[in-house]
Design a protein around this ligand. Structure first.
Ligand code: SAM
Length: 285
């Protein structure tokens, strides 16, 4: 195991560890999921407040250290360590997720959490600062991106605090920040693949006008293919004279988004545009 490859930067500042755990507002009945516990600096603080913790740790040496740390203590029976890659591990039920995340899995972590059912209450997560700032970015700002839109469609995210690199051993190259993520419950009835499919196109040229982005090579062809598939699943006759480019242009102009730029489009704008396409049988996944 290589420190950089597995992002093994242990959080050395106990005040920051305590703040992270406090921000979760743990209840004595809470089941907590921790990803990448390392030597357990957060884990021991979580165990003081929660009913139990399932910690998923990929490095068996770290898992062994954590086991040793709580051996013989009353908390021992409250901790369940799963040795394995979080990305491939079946997750148990949990109310709260707390993680000083291995940054290599930031994106898969967020999306796995958001698609997890039943919906959990809150997650407190440490990320590389740039990633954290993209999660909380607002439309019209530099960091507003496909990631921001996808995550904010399903959750409320806010910044908890910045954490400088010197709070870790060994110190990483980059600065970190902690965010709180609260999934919307119930979730909006939007298929992720559809919303993300629109986002992939729109944010591929975030400062271009939406019209130009849709006219780029390959986009119309893809939408036409999706439209044909959709027609056949709906048992709809395919009009061979359909001009997909004109159809797309019509949706863009009637919805009023032709001249808009992705960088400025709000969640609401994106949802309106998606629904205008869907009304015409045009799908993104
Ligand atoms: N949570 C500890 C702390 O705050 O001091 C350790 C944080 S360290 C940045 C990340 C930890 O995640 C390491 O212990 C590493 O071995 C583990 N890890 C890395 N990739 C992982 C993965 N895919 N699944 C589970 N654990 C992983």
């Amino acid at each position: 195991f290589n420190t950089e490859r597995f992002g093994q930067h242990i959080l050395k500042n106990p005040q920051i560890a305590q703040t992270i755990v406090d921000k979760a507002n743990l209840r004595p009945t809470d089941k907590v999921l921790e990803v990448g516990p390392g030597t357990g600096n957060l884990t021991v603080k979580i165990l003081e407040k929660a009913k139990n913790v399932t910690a998923v740790e990929m490095d068996p040496r770290m898992a062994a250290e954590l086991t040793k740390r709580i051996q013989g203590k009353p908390e021992q029976r409250k901790l369940d360590i799963i040795i394995g890659d979080f990305v491939k591990t079946d997750l148990p039920y949990f109310d709260v997720c707390i993680s000083n995340t291995p940054y290599q899995i930031s994106s898969p972590l967020v999306f796995r959490l958001l698609s997890h059912r039943p919906i959990f209450r809150v997650a407190i997560l440490m990320f590389q600062r740039e990633f954290a700032m993209r999660l909380v970015a607002q439309p019209g700002t530099e960091l507003w991106s496909r990631l921001s839109a996808n995550v904010q469609l399903y959750s409320k995210v806010d910044l908890v605090m910045h954490v400088g690199k010197n709070n870790f051993r060994p110190a990483p190259q980059v600065e970190s920040s902690v965010v709180r993520l609260v999934p919307l419950n119930p979730p909006p009835p939007i298929k992720f693949e559809e919303f993300d499919g629109l986002g992939r196109i729109i944010f591929s040229r975030r400062n271009k006008m939406v019209h130009a982005t849709f006219m780029a090579k390959g986009v119309i062809e893809m939408l036409e293919k999706n439209w044909r598939t959709w027609c056949s699943t709906q048992n709809k006759m395919i009009d061979e004279h359909t001009n997909m480019k004109a159809k797309v242009e019509e949706v863009l102009s009637s919805s009023g988004y032709s001249k808009q730029r992705a960088a400025k489009m709000t969640l609401d704008d994106l949802l309106k545009l998606l629904s205008a396409f869907h009304e015409e049988g045009i799908h993104f996944a």
